[in-house]
Design a protein around this ligand. Structure first.
Ligand SMILES: [Fe+2]
Length: 459
C-alpha cells in the first residue's frame, strides 16, 4: 500500500507493525495484480549457462503460459510453450494459495544479451504479459573472467543493499547472484503473503540476473515448503537431488555447490546423511573435472567459523556443522577432503573473511596455492534485524583475516588461476560505499593437480 507516495510494508515476526521504508520508495511492484498476471519473476541457470529457467506466480491457474525471448540486437524471437504449473498452498491455517509456473529456454547463444518476457492466457483466453527483462549468457568460447554477486539475509524491510543490487542487475557486469539464505524475513509470514511481497520486491534483481540460492533458518517453516516451491527453478533435478535444497552447477572455470546447512538443525540423522552423501558424490565428480573447472565453491547458510565467540552460532552450532555429531559427518570434513577453495555463507549479519583454515586452526596467511579452504560470511545485505554487533570483549581468533560490521555485499571474479573477492560497504542511503576488503586467491596448474588428489587426512 502507498502512504504519501511511499511504499509501506509490514515487518515480519510476531510484533508486527508498519513503517515507511526508504529502500522501497521507487518500487512499482506493490500493486494489485490481475489473477492471471505473471508476477514474482525470477530466473536461474541450467549448467554451463547454456539455457535459463524462469519461474513466476499467478493468483489463479492459467490456460497456458509462454516464455518469449530474443537476442537484444536480433529480430528472431524464440518461444517456449512447455510449462509446468502447480498450486502452492501455504502451511498456515488460512491455506492461502498461489500458482507457480516454470519454463526452460532452449539452448542459448554464448556471450549474448537476451530480452525475455512471459505471457499467460487466462480462462477467457485473454493474454497477460510480464514486463520485459534482460539477461546475458557467458562467453563459453574463451577463458575470459566472469563476476558474480554474493549476498545473503535480505528482508523486505531495511533491505539497504537492494536499490544498489537492482542497479547492478542492469549493468550486465554480473553473471549471477549467489544468495546465501534468509530471504524475505519470512517468506511464510502472514499466510505466505510476505513471500509473495518479497518475490515482487526482489523482481527487478531476480528477473535481470540469474539467481543461485541456498536455504536459511528463516525459510524453515512448514518443512521449507516456501523455499522449495518458490525456488523450484534451481537446477536440482540435473544434480540428482530430490528438491531445491541442494544442487550444483558448472559455470566456466567454476563448480558451484549449494548445500543445506539447515539439514543439521531441522533434519533427521538420515536427512543429514543424505545431504552429506549427495555432497560427497558431487565433490567426487567435481574432482574428476578439476582441470576443466579448477574452482570449487560451496554456498551454505550458516558459518563454520565466526568471530563472535560468545554467540552460540560461532560455538556449538559452528562445531556441529564442522565436525557433525560424532566427528564423522561434518561439512568441514568434506570441504577439506575434496580441497574446496571457498565456503560462502551468511546468517551472521556482517562480513567476515577467514584465512585458509581447518580444524579451528589457521593453516596459512597466504592465499597462493592454499592447502585448505577459506570462508567468507557476507550476510549484511540488510533486513529488519539490522547488523550483528561484534563482541569487543572476546579475543579475536587467529584464523580471522578481516571483518566489517555494517551493510554491504561481495563481488567475486574468477579466471582460471585467480579468484578476486571484493567486499563493498552499502551506505545507509542505499548508495555504493567504500571498498572494505579485497583478497586475491591464486593457484598454479601444479596446485590444481594436487587438488585432484583426494586427501586421506580427513577420511
Ligand atoms: Fe539465518
Amino acid at each position: 500500500m502507498m502512504v504519501n507516495n511511499k511504499t509501506v510494508v509490514c515487518y515480519g515476526g510476531p510484533q508486527t507493525y508498519t513503517s515507511v521504508d526508504r529502500y522501497n520508495e521507487a518500487g512499482t511492484w506493490n500493486r494489485t495484480y490481475h489473477e492471471a498476471h505473471p508476477q514474482q519473476l525470477h530466473i536461474s541457470w541450467v549448467s554451463d549457462g547454456k539455457a535459463f529457467t524462469v519461474q513466476f506466480s499467478t493468483i489463479k491457474p492459467v490456460q497456458r503460459s509462454h516464455l518469449m525471448y530474443w537476442s537484444y540486437d536480433g529480430i528472431e524471437q524464440e518461444q517456449v510453450n512447455e510449462s509446468e504449473e502447480w498450486e502452492f498452498i501455504d502451511g498456515g491455517a488460512a491455506k492461502s494459495s498461489r500458482y507457480m509456473h516454470t519454463l526452460v529456454s532452449n539452448r542459448l547463444d554464448s556471450a549474448t544479451i537476451y530480452e525475455y518476457k512471459v505471457v499467460t492466457v487466462d480462462a477467457e483466453g485473454k493474454l497477460h504479459s510480464s514486463d520485459i527483462y534482460q539477461m546475458h549468457t557467458p562467453d563459453l568460447l574463451s577463458s575470459s573472467p566472469f563476476k558474480f554477486l554474493a549476498t545473503g539475509d535480505i528482508g523486505v524491510v531495511n533491505a539497504v543493499s537492494m536499490p544498489l543490487f537492482k542497479q547492478l542487475a542492469k549493468s550486465h557486469d554480473y553473471d549471477f547472484v549467489a544468495i546465501m539464505g534468509d530471504q524475505g524475513y519470512d517468506l511464510a509470514d502472514f499466510d505466505g503473503k510476505k513471500g509473495d511481497e518479497y518475490m515482487n520486491f526482489a523482481q527487478d534483481l531476480y528477473a535481470n540476473v540469474p539467481i543461485l540460492t541456498t536455504a536459511g533458518n528463516h525459510e524453515s517453516a512448514y518443512n521449507f515448503s516456501h523455499y522449495k516451491n518458490r525456488f523450484d527453478l534451481l537446477p536440482y533435478k540435473q544434480s540428482n537431488f530430490a528438491d531445491a535444497m541442494q544442487y550444483s552447477i558448472n559455470y566456466k572455470t567454476l563448480h558451484l555447490i549449494s548445500f543445506s546447512t539447515e539439514a543439521f538443525f531441522y533434519g533427521s540423522d538420515d536427512q543429514i546423511k543424505t545431504a552429506l552423501n549427495w555432497l560427497e558424490q558431487d565433490l567426487i565428480k567435481a574432482t574428476r573435472n578439476r582441470s576443466l573447472r579448477p574452482w570449487i565453491i560451496v554456498i551454505g547458510h550458516r558459518p563454520l567459523y565466526c568471530s563472535i565467540l560468545s554467540n552460540v552460532d560461532c560455538k556449538e552450532n559452528a562445531e556441529r556443522l564442522r565436525f557433525g555429531f560424532d566427528g564423522k559427518f561434518g561439512l568441514e570434513t568434506l570441504l577439506t577432503k575434496y580441497n574446496v577453495d571457498l565456503y560462502l555463507c551468511g546468517h551472521k549479519h556482517n562480513y567476515e573473511r577467514t584465512f585458509p583454515v581447518r580444524n579451528n586452526t589457521i593453516v596459512t596467511k597466504s592465499y597462493h596455492n592454499a592447502p585448505s579452504f577459506f570462508q567468507v560470511i557476507t550476510g549484511n545485505a540488510g533486513n529488519y534485524e539490522g547488523p550483528d554487533q561484534f563482541d569487543m570483549t572476546v579475543e579475536l581468533p587467529d584464523w580471522l583475516g578481516n571483518r566489517f560490521q555494517g551493510y554491504g555485499f561481495s563481488s567475486i571474479q574468477l579466471s582460471a588461476h585467480h579468484l578476486d573477492l571484493h567486499h563493498y560497504e552499502t551506505n545507509i542511503d542505499g548508495s555504493l560505499g567504500l571498498l572494505k576488503d579485497h583478497v586475491r586467491v591464486s593457484k598454479t596448474t601444479s596446485h590444481v593437480n594436487k587438488q585432484k588428489i583426494i586427501s586421506s587426512l580427513s577420511s
